[in-house]
Design a protein around this ligand. Sequence first.
Ligand code: APR
Length: 254
Amino acid sequence: MDTLTDLLREAAVVVGFTGAGVSTESGIPDFRSPGGVWTRYDPRSFELDRYVADASVRRESWQMRREFFATSVAPNPAHRAFAALEGAGRSPGVITQNIDGLHQEAGSRRVVELHGTAREVMCLGERPVGAPDGCGWRSPYTWAFERLDAGEDDPRCPRCGGLVKSATVSFGQQLFPGVVEEAVGLVERADLLVVAGSSLQVYPAAALPLHALDHGARLVIVNDEETPFDDVADLVVRGRAGEVLGPAVTAALS
Ligand code: APR
């Protein structure tokens, strides 16, 4: 903890890179820990081409999203730590793989959402292959829940009749244009990359820590289990993101 506080204090430009593990203390399960989402649902069911081809996959996805939003969740000290660093002028922003919008709720103004956001829905078009091919319509996710409550179990785009999905990046779907470039731009400005709550198994996201090291940044990993990058990190803190980052950032900014 003292080393982490020192690294945060000495760094001129801290960039955060987070995964689902920063939201578990807010009550949202991660994906690969025991009890995680992919231990209860088959990820192949949620590939883009399955979603496009199979109305039952769309119905199951809407059901999952309703469960996700049914549990009232709030940011935890990990989200607030990154927002505090940005608010203190020590961080240009945070890159996240998460789709829950909790970094924004905690006050982070610059959040690069590598895998999109569940807080919005978007038009996919009629037969998208590998990427949305819709009319550009987007709306808050509540629009979809209102349609579902009105009895439509497969809501369609109100503008062009295309398929509708949350504005997230599914397996088999390309990342949204410009997002990786924005994340790389942040990483290249960092002299300290703080990775928190990620198993670092999904690419291209998991390539970012190495890119930071290649650009001379120091790498800290805060995670409650091993990651493939522990041996190249300058510091690994084995612990809960909120319990570690909250106090460390408070101390570093005091
Ligand atoms: N504090 C610290 N680490 C935690 C905490 C916590 N409170 N809770 C969980 N972890 C750790 C887990 O041990 C695990 O190593 O966070 C990591 C979460 O890993 P994953 O569940 O694989 O989540 P993530 O790395 O974000 O997955 C990446 O995979 O399924 C896709 O698109 C999805 O964005 C996701 C991507």
